[in-house]
Design a protein around this ligand. Structure first.
Ligand code: URA
Length: 247
């Protein structure tokens, strides 16, 4: 692959911009273990997964497809065109927002959405198959929500959440796959579907209210304790396996 193609594929701008970046000496590559500026946009490079390079001093690694996790902070919207709060996409570096998708500059997309005030694990990708697989109700990737409630959670409320509650827009009851009490006002709720405001509506349906909501895991993938609100990181192969995904 030519160096300018590689930069384009990773979201560093249009082909013209990528050629310009190289010609202006903004790109460094490792040759025989030494970092050196490369000014030839048409240099053939053997881009393997994780191949390192630097653009304008920013260290980067080649990835054919982007799979990442973000610790979504409260007060952010999952939309690209948010109505009231900053978009989660502003938390990502520009190349991730610009990775080309079938010709159009489009970037990574969130896998499903969390409400403005919900925090926790959010996956993002430009891999259509991955997004479909993680979001599809057919695949039932279980999601665990830490739910802090306004009123104490009763045993009857927990039983109803497990048995199934009817939400206003659907006669089919929705049920939690698991519901574990962690204190009088805190339950961990596992859901395998992703309906609009599902946790908040389920809690309302059993006569309680959500005070704070945090997604702590998806499948076997847990939000790492050292990934602070607003931070992101690439998913590793073992993270993808924990999600039951084989690229
Ligand atoms: N359920 C909700 O009510 N809100 C979220 O953000 C996620 C699940």
């Amino acid at each position: 692959m030519e160096l300018q193609d590689l930069l384009y594929s990773q979201g560093f701008g249009t082909r013209r911009v990528c050629v310009g970046l190289v010609q202006k000496g903004c790109v460094r590559l490792q040759t025989d273990g030494l970092w050196q500026t490369c000014e030839d946009p048409w240099l053939e490079v053997d881009a393997q997964p994780d191949w390192p390079f630097e653009v304008q001093g920013q260290a980067w690694r080649y990835r054919e497809r982007a799979h990442l996790m973000l610790h979504k902070p409260a007060g952010t919207e999952c939309s690209r065109k948010p109505s009231a709060w900053p978009s989660i996409y502003t938390l990502l570096p520009a190349p991730l927002r610009q990775r080309p998708q079938k010709g159009a500059v489009d970037g990574v997309q969130a896998v499903g959405r969390l409400d403005q005030d919900t925090t926790g694990l959010l996956l993002l990708s430009d891999d259509g198959q991955f997004i479909h697989r993680m979001a599809s109700p057919r695949h039932h990737v279980p999601k665990v929500y830490q739910v802090h409630t306004v009123d104490a959670v009763t045993t009857q409320q927990m039983d109803k959440l497990l048995a199934g509650v009817v939400l206003d827009d659907d006669p089919q009851p929705v049920r939690a796959a698991a519901c574990q009490a962690h204190g009088s006002h805190h339950v961990a709720l596992t859901l395998t579907e992703g309906k609009y405001h599902q946790v908040k509506r389920m809690l309302a349906a059993v006569g309680n209210r959500v005070q704070a909501l945090h997604r702590s895991s998806m499948g076997e993938l847990h939000l790492p304790a050292d990934l602070l609100p607003g931070q992101w990181r690439w998913l590793t192969n073992s993270d993808l396996r924990a999600l039951g995904y084989q690229p």
